[in-house]
Write a protein that binds this ligand. Structure first.
Ligand code: RB5
Length: 147
């Protein structure tokens, strides 16, 4: 599969490690940056990775910041994106099975690298269950802007 990946400075170290993992798993990787630990703004990289998923250049996306929170909030502003910030393997599994999440967010300051690798592996190898979950996911995208 093709996987987009992006991080801010606080996720740069894990981005490098997760790119290596993705290549080991024989995925094609599109790295949107950032490319160093120099300060960078997470919305820029979350949205860049998300746009590649939204326009189907990538099948899935992996995004990393300090907590995974800011970068997932930003990615979720892009059409068609369901980015899940996961801190356990179970969350990654359920994000795919129930939410059909197409991006996984990782917090470099919150999970150790071995767990981060397990989360990403689980996310990419788990299928959406469909069924009763399909209409719920569709409802999310029919919402548009509220308020
Ligand atoms: C950067 O210091 C940090 O705020 C950012 O990586 C992220 O954790 C925001 O949600």
């Amino acid at each position: 599969m093709t996987v987009s990946i992006g991080s801010d400075h606080a996720g740069f170290e894990y981005k490098t490690a997760l790119i290596a993992l993705l290549k080991e798993l024989h995925h094609t990787v599109i790295d949107v940056g950032t490319n160093s630990t120099d300060r960078a703004d997470y919305p820029d990289y979350g949205v860049a990775a998300a746009k590649l998923v939204s326009n189907k250049t990538a099948d899935y996306g992996v995004i990393i910041c300090g907590t995974g929170i800011g970068i997932s909030i930003a990615a979720n502003k892009v059409n068609g994106i369901r980015a899940a910030n996961c801190v356990t393997v179970k969350m990654a599994q359920l994000a795919r099975q129930h939410n059909n999440a197409n991006m996984v967010a990782i917090g470099q300051r919150l999970v150790n690298i071995e767990l981060a690798k397990k989360i990403v592996s689980e996310f990419l190898s788990t299928q959406f269950e469909g069924g009763r979950h399909t209409a719920r996911v569709e409802k999310i995208h029919k919402l548009g802007d509220i308020g």
